[in-house]
Design a protein around this ligand. Structure first.
Ligand code: IPE
Ligand code: IPE
Ligand code: MG
Length: 252
């Protein structure tokens, strides 16, 4: 669980801002961005990848340690097959072609989500990218792909039940840490700030367990238009928030 000192004041760029240790972003609004321009929805996804590249730069520039982006939910399978295929191809290319550059920048990449149902080619790319960047010490970039918060919790419960049945642990000893350690995000601190673009004010199944005490910032900007000003605006809102974690304000 995040503790109050998980974020810090920024030195240099972003001075005066409190920089969250872990930022999660729901990159929403690609389809509407395209439709507003008379283009097919897929063009919004293509442009959305450019915005994602920019976001990674901002995270590095402002000293965010962990960045988790929501790029395809387990519920997005309800979309037309052609749109799903397009998103998968974009994702494949992002992981393949951006790898070199991100690896050079010391970025460690992890993919969060159900990967065993993905086609073997994509699974191979994902395994490779995680292995190659494993010992990098720069930004931790987590890509939530084929990810759903509820199914992540159910999978953790199933895994823990198996361990209890096998006599590895006792049911009485199952606690929040047992759960945290069984999620895709094992070892990663909880997000301090969750940003959602596109104007909707809901989580849509993103980091359901991990986001229990995250600060939520909703922005109207459609994802492909997201720029540094929007990123800084979210950090400013975060900087003004009082985090209490269920406690009371510290005495002045
Ligand atoms: C987010 O943009 C990308 C994915 C969910 C894959 P959308 O495609 O949801 O765009 P809108 O919300 O329909 O505009
Ligand atoms: C959330 O956006 C998922 C991603 C951005 C990947 P959606 O567009 O799928 O969410 P809903 O359908 O508006 O809740
Ligand atoms: Mg959407």
């Amino acid at each position: 669980m995040s503790c109050p000192d998980s974020d810090r004041d920024a030195p240099g760029v972003g001075e005066g801002l409190r920089i969250p240790m872990h930022v999660g972003v729901t990159m929403d609004g690609n389809g509407r961005w395209a439709v507003a321009r008379g283009k097919p929805r897929t063009e919004g996804h293509r442009e959305g990848i450019r915005a994602l590249r920019r976001l990674v730069e901002y995270a590095i520039r402002y000293g965010v340690r962990y960045l988790t982006v929501y790029s395809f939910s387990s519920e997005n399978w309800r979309r037309p097959k052609s749109e799903i295929e397009f998103i998968f191809n974009l994702m494949k290319r992002f992981v393949e072609t951006d790898l070199q550059k991100l690896h050079k920048n010391d970025v460690r990449i992890r993919i969060l989500g159900e990967r065993h149902t993905l086609e073997p080619g994509l699974q191979g790319i994902i395994d490779r990218v995680e292995t190659v960047t494993r010992s990098n010490r720069g930004l931790n970039l987590n890509v939530a792909f084929n990810y759903g918060g509820r199914s992540e919790i159910v999978a953790a419960a199933r895994q823990i039940a198996h361990r209890v049945a096998a006599g590895e642990i006792r049911a009485e000893d199952v606690d929040e840490k047992t759960f945290s350690d069984s999620l895709f995000t094992a070892g990663i601190p909880d997000p301090d700030l969750l940003i959602r673009t596109g104007g909707e004010q809901r989580t849509s199944n993103f980091l359901v367990w991990q986001g229990a005490y995250s600060e939520l910032v909703f922005q109207d900007v459609l994802w492909p238009d997201f720029n540094e000003d929007d990123f800084v605006a979210a950090l400013q809102v975060f900087s003004g928030r009082q985090r209490r974690f269920g406690g009371v304000e510290a005495a002045q």
